[in-house]
Design a protein around this ligand. Structure first.
Ligand SMILES: [Cu+2]
Length: 102
């Protein structure tokens, strides 16, 4: 029951988000890299991991993505000034990998 490639959904979602963003400061903020581990309901296999890795790494501000189907967790390193955990969770949900409580 693997998810098909849903990158198109993420890209549409991202366009929507960018279109609605009004307060872009132009990238002059200092980068603050942090890493979070987001548990998701289920990652089936390496193919699912790859979908997550490719999709999230395309998001602005994301530097590292490490999905693990054995633990059903996704470790993400990102620039806090450009994206937040809420946005990452929304992206995972849009891909079909529903995040669970932190
Ligand atoms: Cu899979």
């Amino acid at each position: 029951m693997c998810r098909p490639d849903r990158l198109d959904i993420l890209l549409e979602w991202k366009l929507y988000r960018e279109g609605g963003a009004a307060g872009d400061t132009g990238g002059m903020k200092e980068a603050t890299m942090i890493t979070v581990t987001i548990p998701v309901r289920e990652i089936h296999c390496g193919g699912c991991e790859n979908t997550i890795r490719v999709a999230l790494s395309r998001m602005e501000g994301v530097r590292g993505v490490e999905p693990d189907h054995r633990t059903n967790q996704v470790r993400v390193s990102y620039d806090e000034a450009r994206v937040g955990e809420v946005g990452l969770r929304e992206a995972l949900a849009a891909l079909g990998f529903e995040p669970t409580a932190a």
